[in-house]
Ligand binder design. Structure first.
Ligand SMILES: Cc1ncc(COP(=O)(O)O)c(C=O)c1O
Length: 330
């Protein structure tokens, strides 16, 4: 009798097919450290984009990793020659602002070397169809109210390591978030108090090189975040559509996206616009300033427009119109 003709077995523990390997940590950098160890990249050569966050170069240096930079264009496209791929042991890919650009999809699909896929502003991996070893990570602390949480996913077993705890970091962050809510929603307390605590938390994280687990609070709150993710995504997509309907197309990057967090806007007079916006209580981040020794095409002109559900379409329209007005005044 074939198994197909057998009576279906009912009961017992639930079966699961989960062919990948999974880790959770408190931050993107913890996940990156774990990925580098798992892919055995210490002391090796990595192909690295020239547009990136400084934390990445710091972590690579900790592991004595040498790098070959590759150029990222203003539209986030990039390519690399066969020679540089051959000279490297792995390729570092950033999924810029969560976008599934043609360049990213092609680089994953055509990979000839192990991949690190850094999705700092995303919530789940893109399609990854390659036989090469790969590690994907995100950093939910950057795009949600969760203070310390990052997922690491790989097609390779993750090395077994002793993960640390950094409760002071998540405590400072959650306290700061609560003070910020009091201040913004109820007019209680001072801005300086929560800004100092946020900063204190980041300093604690920056001071260590350990791979940390997320806090219990974040491990529970993350369920809430994913439960609400499709609604959150809908609101973010509406905000994105609003921004795109107001800003001229040459001012922003456009590519398919599953879960937007920021719209990268490219402004020739970025610093003046950014400064002008502060007069309207609008404080937009620069992701990312140039890393020393890594000139690139984007750092001088980029500005991030947040799209999350704290903001309505009207808020987004307000910011976009202010940007256009400030540009007109220049
Ligand atoms: C592209 C990128 N990768 C990795 C990281 C590290 O993430 P975390 O600050 O959560 O360690 C950052 C931080 O901003 C980043 O921008």
């Amino acid at each position: 009798m074939t198994s197909a003709s057998k009576i279906k077995s009912i009961g017992g523990e639930q079966e699961l097919v989960a062919p990948l390997h999974y880790g959770v940590t408190n931050s993107g950098r913890s996940s990156l450290r774990w990925a580098l160890a798992s892919l055995e990249l210490a002391g090796k050569m990595i192909l690295l984009p020239d547009f990136l966050c400084e934390i990445i170069t710091d972590v690579l240096q900790e592991h004595q990793i040498k790098t070959i930079p590759y150029a990222v264009n203003k539209d986030f496209s990039f390519s690399f020659s066969k020679e540089v791929v051959e000279a490297s042991d792995a390729i570092y890919l950033i999924r810029y602002f969560g976008m599934n650009t043609t360049a990213l999809c092609r680089a994953i699909c055509d990979a000839q070397k192990p991949l690190i896929i850094d999705d700092v502003f995303g919530i789940e991996p893109p399609v990854i169809e390659t036989q090469q070893p790969w590690c994907y990570f995100n950093s939910l602390r950057k795009i949600s109210p969760i203070a310390d949480y990052s997922q690491l996913i790989s097609n390779q077993p993750l090395v077994s390591i002793q993960l640390g705890f950094l409760p002071e970091f998540s405590q400072a962050k959650y306290q700061a978030k609560s003070l910020k809510a009091d201040c913004l929603l109820h007019g209680k307390g001072e801005e300086q108090a929560y800004l100092a605590l946020f900063n204190q938390g980041e300093l604690l994280l920056n001071a260590t090189k350990t791979i940390f687990l997320p806090s219990a609070k974040s491990s529970v709150l993350v369920n809430e975040f994913y439960r609400q993710a499709s609604l959150e995504c809908e609101l973010r997509l509406q905000n994105l559509a609003t921004a795109k309907s107001i800003l001229p197309v040459e001012l922003y990057a456009d590519a398919p996206i599953d879960f937007p967090s920021f719209l990268p806007i490219l402004l020739p007079q970025r610093d003046k616009v950014r400064h002008g916006l502060t007069a309207h209580q609008i404080f937009l981040a620069v992701h990312w300033p140039e890393v020393e020794g890594m000139p690139n095409s984007l750092s001088d002109s980029i500005l991030s427009l947040p799209l999350d559900s704290r903001y309505s379409s009207e808020d987004i329209a307000f910011v976009c119109h202010r940007i256009l007005e400030l540009m007109d005044e220049m």
